[in-house]
Design a protein around this ligand. Structure first.
Ligand code: UDP
Length: 217
């Protein structure tokens, strides 16, 4: 059976990750075209010169399917990952040609590592991680499932980021230590440009320098 590759989501995230997926496939020595899947589409069309269709139409295609979920919202990403798993469709991971992975990096399926991302040594990362342009993860970090980095996130050494956390563009997170890693709790949101100097509780939203809990009006 021939392989079929797709990028799920054809909005901002998907259209930015499609060229990364194209590069990835070229490196794999595969000259197949890549399809956009987007459920807002009622009929087959073209987006940036790629065939685009909704999930039902994609599912009906023949072949061994591999899908990169290119949607920044972690809840949506998980919902789609669960649907793909139920339909026995593989998650596809992509990385830019100049994305750098150092030693002993473990990354689960479905990762989107944009160009200029660096993952340093002894890092473990869960399912469907998104690291957008110029972000880095330094040594000894542990990152959960469905975590999202906007562009240029600086995640220093010995930081643990729990499932579903979202780190905004340009945020800087202070390094922890092997005995006391800095922790970003489950589902926490770190605002863009925040400078995080201490643990962030699960579900909290922090902003500013130094990052503080956002007071909800
Ligand atoms: N989408 C989809 N199926 C879903 C949920 C979302 O095809 O179950 C698509 C949605 O139609 C939209 C894209 O995913 O085109 C998400 O775009 P959005 O601008 O919200 O997010 P981003 O591209 O920034 O992640």
């Amino acid at each position: 059976m021939s392989d079929v590759f797709a990028v799920y989501g054809a909005s901002g995230c998907g259209r930015s990750l499609m060229p990364v997926a194209v590069e990835q496939l070229q490196r794999m020595g595969n000259d197949s075209s890549i399809i956009f899947i987007d459920d807002s589409l009622h009929t087959e069309s073209h987006i940036n010169n790629h065939v685009a269709m909704n999930y039902d139409a994609f599912k009906a295609l023949e072949g061994d399917k591999h899908v990169l979920i290119a949607i920044a919202n972690s809840t949506v990403r998980q919902k789609i990952a669960d649907k793909l798993s139920a339909d026995r469709i593989s998650l596809w991971s992509v990385a830019g040609t100049n994305t750098l992975l150092m030693d002993s990096v473990k990354i689960a399926d479905g990762a989107a590592l944009s160009p200029f991302v660096t993952i340093a040594s002894n890092v473990t990362i869960g399912k469907c991680f998104h690291a957008n342009l110029y972000s880095y993860v330094e040594h000894d970090c542990v990152i959960g499932d469905y975590v999202t980095f906007a562009p240029r996130v600086s995640c220093n050494g010995n930081i643990h980021i729990h499932d579903y956390a979202y780190i905004g563009s340009g945020a800087v997170i202070k390094q922890g230590t092997p005995d006391k890693p800095l922790i970003i709790g489950k589902g926490a949101i770190v605002g863009m440009g925040a400078v995080v100097t201490k643990d962030v509780p699960a579900g909290a939203v922090v902003v500013g320098n130094p990052a503080r809990l956002l007071n909800k009006a």
